[in-house]
Design a protein around this ligand. Structure first.
Ligand code: NAD
Length: 441
């Protein structure tokens, strides 16, 4: 039987557009290297990953045949500490996507000042077409290939698109089996009942809103006087909407992928989207049942309409390359803040337009750093084999995210920089210094 391990919010197939994320990541790096005046060896070191692993994972399928899957692990830079980054299962995974994501992990860890480097992993596969046993075999095969080059002190994996806590537990089990040790700090994103951290589920969405809260303070605007529109209704989006509501804000629109129609729809409710209410209308793929949503008072609109709303805040929290040259002009003049919950939701061309319009764009690697921050906490707790309460974790998360935002915002003001550039300047400068201090360059 073919079953998905988590037939929920991740059951959509990401429609990758023909953008090369690594080229985008390198272009962003080159711009900041100019601002920082980095020398040629530093640029050469940082615009490429330090180490790349590409390997075969042969798996015996349930029907008795054998299929060879391709796996990756790319360690972009570990000057500041053990590398950290998720493992993505995706049919359109490419080595370049993994390279880009690994580089962004380096900057993400550095901007919130975690003592970590950046890495990313992947396997080209579609979990929708694999049984649980086959997925378990891929997880164990990935660890068998990488066991000498990952570990609690060197490189700590985590979940990403289409991987979840169960996958992490299979990977931990294989790692501990091979190394003959107990090593809960080897991998993060584990179930809370097996060494996972409280607060991880909330961490990314809450982190987005901690940065939005700080941005609103700087604009001297009360959250209760604002409205937001959110792309996506998965983990990041749901917890962002919840915390924003607790701060007094009103989310008037969310959009979601529709697996049956292979397109997205936006769900608008002017008096406020309620996560628990809308969750009662989700279908078995984690999408939203349109009939039920209408019964709950939601207007169903074309998917792109999430971005056309007359709101103060936009939160893209679905996938990459969503705010593009073709739709950036649909964004209302009222929008003051765009908080990038997703990784890479804005293309370079669209970003240039937002920059000219003076929109406060809280860049992805700062806005969504709550996930890796909490993963770092899980890693620390695992290495100590001691666990903090949810309040402790969320309190530490708030401190880290707030300090990260304020440092970026202060620099942006002091040097008249766009927020994304200021975040990159802080992150890249920290990593470059670590490389220099170690005598690498
Ligand atoms: P998820 O799979 O839980 O949810 C994704 C949501 O996006 C789903 O509701 C899906 O229906 C929706 N979606 C997909 N394509 C869409 C489209 N074209 N239009 C509208 N909605 C669409 O994923 P997630 O964990 O919430 O992650 C969302 C984004 O945030 C990704 O870019 C991910 O890389 C990034 N991110 C996640 C975390 C984390 O901790 N979960 C951390 C950092 C970054």
């Amino acid at each position: 039987m073919k079953v998905s391990v988590r037939p929920s919010a991740r059951s959509y197939i990401l429609s990758y557009k023909p953008y090369n994320s690594f080229a985008i990541a390198q272009t962003q790096f080159d711009g900041v290297a100019e601002i920082l005046g980095l020398d040629a060896p530093t640029r050469d070191l940082l615009r490429q990953p330090m180490r790349e692993y590409s390997f075969a994972i042969p798996i015996r399928l349930d029907d008795g045949s054998t299929q060879v899957f391709r796996g990756f692990r790319i360690q972009h830079n570990d000057a500041r500490g053990p590398s950290k980054g998720g493992i993505r299962f995706h049919p359109q995974e490419t080595q370049d996507t993994v390279r880009a994501l690994a580089m962004w992990m380096t900057w993400k860890c550095a901007v919130v000042d975690l003592p970590l480097g950046g890495a990313k992993g992947g396997v080209i596969c579609d979990p929708h077409n694999l049984s649980e046993r086959e997925q378990e075999a891929i997880c164990r095969g990935w660890v068998r290939q990488m066991v000498r080059n990952v570990g609690p002190q060197g490189d700590v994996p985590a979940p990403d698109v289409m991987t979840n806590a169960q996958h992490m537990l299979w990977m931990l089990d294989e790692y501990e089996h091979i190394t003959g040790s107990k090593a809960p700090g080897f991998i993060t994103g584990k179930p809370v009942t097996s060494g996972g951290s409280f607060g991880r589920t909330e961490a990314t969405g809450y982190g987005v809103i901690f940065t939005v809260r700080e941005a609103l303070k700087e604009l001297n605007v009360r959250a209760s006087d604002t409205t937001a529109s959110v792309q996506g209704f998965g983990n990041v989006a749901q917890y962002a909407i919840r915390l924003y509501e607790q701060l007094g804000g009103t989310t008037v629109c969310v959009s979601c992928w529709d697996q049956a129609d292979q397109t997205s729809y936006a769900y608008q409710k002017k008096d406020g989207v309620n996560v628990d209410e809308l969750l009662t209308a989700t279908d078995r793929f984690g999408g939203i049942d349109q009939g039920k949503a209408k019964d709950l008072g939601y207007r169903v609109l074309p998917g792109e309409d999430w971005l056309k709303q007359e709101v103060d805040i936009l939160i893209p929290a679905a996938m990459e390359n969503q705010i593009v040259e073709e739709n950036v002009h649909d964004i209302s003049d009222r929008v003051k803040i765009i908080a990038e919950g997703a990784n890479g939701p804005t293309t370079t061309e669209a970003d240039a337009v937002l920059r000219r319009r003076n929109v406060v764009v809280i860049p992805d690697f700062l806005a969504n750093a709550g996930g890796v921050t909490c993963s770092y906490f899980e890693q620390v707790q695992g290495n100590m084999n001691y666990y903090w309460s949810k309040d402790e974790v969320l309190g530490k998360l708030d401190s880290k995210m707030t300090a990260g935002f304020i440092a970026v915002s202060d620099l942006a003001r002091a040097r008249t920089l766009y927020l994304r550039d200021a975040a990159y300047v802080i992150a890249i400068d920290r990593v470059a210094r670590a490389c220099r201090d170690r005598g690498w360059i």
